[in-house]
Design a protein around this ligand. Sequence first.
Ligand code: SF4
Length: 242
Amino acid sequence: MFDYKDKELNYSKIRAYQSCPTLYKYKYVEGKREGLTAGGSLGVSLHRTLEMYHEEGNKDELILDYYNDCWIAGGYKNAQEQNEYFLKGKQILANFLALQKKCKGTVKYIEKEFIISHQEWIIRGKIDRVDKFADDSFDVIDYKTGLEMDKTYDVKDSLQLAIYTLGARKAWNMKKGKSSLWLLAFSEIISTDFKDFDDNKTLETITSVGKKILAEEFYPNTEHCEHCGFKNRCPYSTSSSG
Ligand code: SF4
């Protein structure tokens, strides 16, 4: 049986808790599965495609074959919506290849996991990609496949990149570099220097969420119900379609 007192944390768990503690409880305490959404399904299809692309030696001409192999048909309202998203995904892959051509580093890791311990906590992370440069600096990269973007977003506020930077420094001893989000739907890369992240602050954020989880503070936060995979089952849902 799932042990929710397990003191192992990762970005997905923390993001779920920060989004809605009840959502965290459904997913990680009760082990319930979220319903598939169109955006989520497209995201998984694209991440698997990019993983296969790197594993098979970065062959641009085969990326659409990988996409067809990795396509997940679930989560769409009907065949027309599925087709629309499939075409959006193709454009995202074209954007990816264009960004890839501008890269000056070499790919060092793909889907690489780190594990660190802090006090009583184990912190894990899986990073989409890490590039290495000639000056021994690194680029810690997360691929974002979302179709919506907040233009005011400051990458220095990314808890995900803060956690990945913490892992790169503590688990792999990477001293200098940058951390980047590849916003594939917008053909944009936003980066910030490792120095912009304070590891102590990141650890404080992680452990403070961990303590609330152990205290079973699982109240509902209904701000994000519209995009929640439990909106059709959750009694607190305020979603108009829930
Ligand atoms: S439907 Fe709303 S209240 Fe319920 S788990 Fe999801 S986000 Fe939380």
